[in-house]
Design a protein around this ligand. Structure first.
Ligand code: IPD
Ligand code: CA
Ligand code: CA
Length: 266
């Protein structure tokens, strides 16, 4: 089935594909990259900056006036206050740096403060995930649907973990102890946008993480919702972008995982 496509989605996909091409070359020649250290275990490469620049150039050419929130450049106000692209040029930078082909360009579109479209694109594997509000979620040409499992026992749940220099290590360990005890297993793949895409695709039954930024999850939230899933923050509310916490799953498991995680003292 051809994926649903709108002018807005076409623009986002075209920008992601254009920015993805030099990223594939960089990935294949990692040793030639200039690497600067922004903080412990937080590598920012020239590839991040260039990718965000290409995305902003392409998106603003097609949609002049729209604002931006980008990981590298922060807030760019546009003349059109009702639209904003939320972009992570490389989600999964640590994987990228280590030659692990599991990272993505993530572009979300907000209209009047509501997330309405999302594109998550892994240029190396050529996996394209797209969704627009009210029109379903797709992986390349395939319509996506979240997993149907109702029980935690057979469920595979993904998470993201803090690393050197980040807070929340003890809490993350306590949460994993609870979840690993009642499920078929936990996965930590290292790119929140793809974790959400995998929930949308029914590969993961659920995903939770704390200490995220809006650009990690904006596009993925649209994917999960449009694949029939449920997304909340870790208080059970809808402030994922503001709180930086997320829990995505299907309608059966989402409340069960939320209850489990809420029972843990942080
Ligand atoms: C990171 C990835 C990772 C998540 C971190 C994010 P980055 O984004 O999404 O999976 O655990 O919290 O910061 O730094 O690779 O863009
Ligand atoms: Ca990220
Ligand atoms: Ca990033």
């Amino acid at each position: 089935m051809a994926p649903y496509s709108s002018p807005a989605l076409n623009v986002m996909v075209a920008a992601a594909r254009k920015a993805g091409r030099p990223l594939i070359r960089d990935f294949n020649e990692l040793e030639n990259l200039q690497i600067s250290m922004k903080g412990p275990a937080d590598f920012v490469t020239s590839a991040d900056k260039r990718t965000e620049k290409i995305l902003i150039e392409e998106l603003s050419r097609a949609r002049p006036g729209y604002g931006f929130l980008g990981e590298e450049g922060g807030v760019l106000k546009g003349a059109d206050a009702s639209h904003r692209f939320i972009i992570d040029p490389i989600d999964g930078t640590t994987n990228f740096m280590h030659g692990i082909p599991h990272f993505a360009i993530s572009i979300g579109l907000e209209r009047e403060g509501q997330l309405v479209a999302g594109v998550v694109f892994n240029p190396v594997t050529d996996d394209l995930y797209t969704a627009e509000k009210g029109h379903g979620a797709y992986h390349n040409n395939k319509r996506l649907r979240v997993a149907a499992r109702k029980e935690l026992a057979p469920a595979v749940i993904a998470t993201g973990l803090p690393f050197l220099g980040k807070d929340g290590h003890a809490r993350a360990a306590a949460e994993m102890a609870e979840v690993m005890n009642v499920t078929a297993g936990i996965r930590r793949f290292g790119a929140a946008s793809l974790d959400l895409a995998y929930v949308a695709a029914g590969r993961f039954d659920g995903f939770w993480e704390r200490s995220l930024q809006a650009w990690d999850i904006a596009a993925g939230i649209v994917l999960v919702r449009e694949a029939g899933g449920m997304v909340s923050d870790l208080n059970g509310g809808a402030d994922m972008l503001g709180s930086g916490t997320v829990l995505a799953s299907n309608e059966y498991l989402q409340p069960q995982i939320l209850k489990l995680l809420k029972g843990i003292k942080g």
